[in-house]
Write a protein of this length. Structure first.
Length: 158
C-alpha cells in the first residue's frame, strides 16, 4: 500500500488591482485549471492578511507565489526556501501585511510549516490595472513548471 499523499498548499499572494503585483493570484488561477496530485490544495491568498495564519497551522508544507521588486529583470522567477522572517523579500505596499509579518506571527504561534517561496520580479505596481504586463504574463508557464517540479520533489503524486 503506497504511503498517504502529503498535504501541500499552493498559496498565491497579490493584489489583482495593482497590475503585475497580482501575479501570484494569476498563477494560482492558472494552476487551479490543471490536474493536481492528491493532497494538493490551491488558494488565492489575495493581499495576504492574518486570516491566512490558519493555513500555516493546517498544512505541513506551503508553496507560496508572490511578486517582488528585487531589482532583477521583470519576469525573473526565483525559488527560495526561507528559514527566517528576514529571509523573505521586502513587502510590497499593496499587501495588508507582508509575508514577513505573517511568518513571524505563525512562528510565535509555533506554526512552522516547510515553506517554499516562488518570487516573480516586477518593475513597478500599476494602480487600477487588472492585466499583467507582457513580461510577467510570459513568466507564468515557468512558475507553473516550478510548482509542478516542487510538488513532485515533495512527494505529491499525480
Amino acid at each position: 500500500m503506497p504511503p498517504k499523499a502529503r498535504r501541500i498548499l499552493v498559496l498565491g499572494i497579490g493584489n489583482l488591482l495593482m497590475g503585475d503585483e497580482g501575479v501570484g493570484v494569476h498563477a494560482v488561477q492558472h494552476l487551479s485549471k490543471s490536474p493536481l496530485p492528491e493532497g494538493v490544495d490551491v488558494v488565492d491568498g489575495g493581499t495576504g492578511g492574518f486570516h491566512l495564519l490558519s493555513y500555516f497551522e493546517d498544512y505541513p508544507s506551503l508553496i507560496m507565489i508572490d511578486a517582488t521588486m528585487d531589482g532583477q529583470p521583470p519576469g525573473t522567477v526565483r525559488t527560495l526556501r526561507p528559514r527566517f522572517a528576514s529571509d523573505y523579500p521586502r513587502t510590497l505596499t499593496a499587501h495588508d501585511i507582508g509575508l514577513r509579518d505573517l511568518v513571524e506571527t505563525a512562528a510565535l504561534l509555533e506554526h512552522r510549516p516547510e515553506v517554499t517561496l516562488i518570487t516573480i520580479s516586477i518593475a513597478e505596481m500599476q494602480p487600477m490595472e487588472t492585466e499583467l504586463s507582457e513580461q510577467i504574463r510570459a513568466a507564468i508557464p515557468e512558475v507553473l513548471r516550478t510548482v509542478h517540479t516542487l510538488l513532485e520533489a515533495k512527494g505529491a503524486e499525480r
